[in-house]
Design a protein around this ligand. Structure first.
Ligand SMILES: Cc1cc2nc3c(=O)[nH]c(=O)nc-3n(C[C@H](O)[C@H](O)[C@H](O)COP(=O)(O)O)c2cc1C
Length: 362
């Protein structure tokens, strides 16, 4: 069986899977439930000086993911310090304490949480585009404590510039990405926004943002030397593999744990293990940065190459036939057949086939 364990900044994790800061770690009891469900570490819900006043409703399943308008923890820092961190810590796995948001607040909060924290995770979701507040926050945390400081980043087009600045400020690892927004959804029965925020805005998470997260991880991993915790839309073992291939060293998940419950960590770890075994990998660490290495060998091409169908695998579902924009596929004797003269080589059919019957070459 492949080795799932990872080590980041001297912290050892039995698998790369852990909750992201959010409802799955909203208090000590939730943290224990996450570990019972297979999480290899805890990332506690971000706390700040004051408890958050969260507009309601604050979460909605929008089918491709979730909208939320949560802020940080709605529990007081005193409750976390007096009770919740100790409960979370009793799970016996590394506890990464989520903190926000300004340098002054971090300087005050970091020493308070230090007795419980194996590392800090600074959320810079609400700081905006100017890099100085983010780098000042990192420096404040590094001055205040002796544990590793991780920086949670929002998705940005210039992610490399931010990642480099955060690394230069002393961050020990990056965590990316936070939810994406602002976005909006409307309940067509009432005409009201799904979210109870004044603007009606919410932030998108879950499967819809996975490709955005993978791009951010890939870009950042190509710029910085510090490790990256991948977050955003992870719901299967293959998603974890994808994030590692992009350059991640561990993976957090929030939405999938909200929607499916704390058993998801163990389930996804088992899927990852099966993926590694079936592909001949000895360790999850072998996947790290694989895509960059593969791309260096790949020839960029604008020439059409038609994929081929493994007829024995084809289940005659017709998905590829319906969605081929070039009408290049037909079912012949119940099996998909691709007309090479019509095929544009777009590749959509590979991703539409539910059984992997269509592939390049062969
Ligand atoms: C309801 C909700 C609350 C969240 N609260 C926090 C938080 O307190 N601190 C934080 O850094 N990120 C928070 N996040 C962002 C998640 O940690 C995560 O970065 C994001 O949702 C993308 O991961 P996912 O697609 O697995 O959910 C929250 C997300 C959701 C959906």
């Amino acid at each position: 069986m492949a080795d799932l364990s990872v080590e980041i900044c001297g912290l050892r994790f039995s698998s790369p899977l852990m909750p992201a800061a959010g409802p799955p770690t909203r208090d000590g009891a939730a943290c224990l439930a996450a570990v019972a469900g297979g999480a290899a570490a805890i990332v506690s819900k971000t706390i700040s000086q004051q408890p958050a006043e969260v507009p309601r409703p604050c979460m909605s399943d929008v089918k491709i993911g979730m909208l939320n308008t949560e802020l940080w923890s709605e529990l007081t820092k005193e409750q976390w310090l007096d009770r919740e961190y100790a409960i979370a810590k009793s799970a016996g796995v590394p506890l990464i304490v989520g903190l926000g948001y300004t340098a002054a607040l971090i300087a005050e909060l970091a020493p308070m949480v230090r007795p419980f924290a194996d590392a800090l995770e600074l959320s810079c979701h609400y700081i905006g585009n100017d890099l100085t507040p983010i780098t000042d926050t990192v420096k404040a945390a590094k001055r205040a404590v002796d544990v590793p400081v991780f920086v949670k980043m929002s998705p940005h087009p210039n992610i490399q510039e931010i990642a480099l600045a955060v690394e230069a400020a002393g961050a020990d690892a990056l965590v990316m990405i936070n939810s994406f927004g602002p976005c909006m959804g409307i309940d067509v029965e009432t005409g009201l926004p799904l979210m109870g925020s004044q603007s009606g805005y919410g932030w998108l998470s879950g499967r819809a943002i996975k490709s955005l997260a993978v791009r951010c991880i890939f870009d950042a991993a190509n710029a910085v030397k510090i490790p990256i915790f991948g977050v955003g839309g992870v719901s299967t073992g293959k998603d974890v593999a994808e994030m590692f291939m992009a350059g991640a060293s561990a993976v957090q998940l929030c939405t999938e744990a909200i929607l499916k419950g704390p058993a998801v960590y163990g389930k996804i770890a088992a899927e990852l293990s099966a993926f590694l075994d079936s592909h001949g990998y000895q360790s999850v660490n072998e996947l790290k940065g694989l895509t960059r290495r593969k791309m260096q060998q790949r020839q960029f091409s604008t020439e059409a190459t038609a994929p081929s169908v493994t007829k024995l695998r084809c289940i005659s579902c017709g998905n590829c036939v319906k969605s081929c924009p070039y009408q290049a596929i037909q079912l012949v004797d119940t099996k998909a057949v691709i007309d090479q003269t019509l095929c544009f080589g777009c590749g959509l059919c590979l991703s539409r086939c539910p059984v992997g019957a269509i592939g390049w070459g062969g």
